[in-house]
Design a protein around this ligand. Sequence first.
Ligand code: ADP
Ligand code: MG
Length: 242
Amino acid sequence: MNRIEVSHLIKNYGSNEVLKDLDLTVGDNEVVVMIGPSGSGKSTFLRCLNRLEEPTSGEIIVDGYNLSDPKSDLNQIREKIGMVFQHFNLFKNLTVAENITLAPVELGKMTPAEAKETAKKLLETVGLSEKFDAKPQSLSGGQKQRVAIARALAMKPDILLFDEPTSALDPEMVGDVLAVMKRLAKEGMTMVVVTHEMGFAKEVADRVIFMADGHIVEQGTPQEIFDTPQNERTKDFLNKVL
Ligand code: ADP
Ligand code: MG
């Protein structure tokens, strides 16, 4: 089964063509890592997948739902597809637990008591049990990001999207966040991860996609992309980042 099917996706901002006819399929339990230079359209692509951006044209099917079909319930689709951002986007005036319980309770997916139990379990999973009642400002960047992951998981998503989840972190925090992501991958979560962490890509990705200038230039196993890249632009990019 495919979790995500994208065909002929085009996204323009005014006259700026940002995504130029992208095709991509992501299978169940698959971990896809997207790499590529800044400005190549990686974030825009992720944002189209959960409809934070409206595509100019093309088709996106998530879990069998066609995002561009007016009959599709976008909120229902968004519940299946969690997103973790570079800058965490936690609610500053809520506690850690409240950040996690807010959406499931508001959307009627859980009672407050169930959500609280879920928050406890998820905080254990990300190694932050003792931060249940803490406010986000008292947390380090790495801890905030792990709370953001727990918050996304509270909705029991089928798919998680990560947009440079470790890029805003001090180097010593990166490992803890990547460890949580690795465990999710191992447990079978379907994930699309935009990252500059090439070690993570090598170790965890089922497939690596190199994007440049709104195109998928090349894709393959980590071995294929990192050891024997075929395209000059891929080689050039890897020479700069490795
Ligand atoms: P990446 O994540 O690979 O760095 P982005 O998807 O953020 O790339 O950006 C791709 C291109 O789209 C850039 O040229 C950027 O300036 C442009 N862009 C992104 N978001 C917007 C927006 N909301 N309005 C106008 N242009 C945008
Ligand atoms: Mg980006």
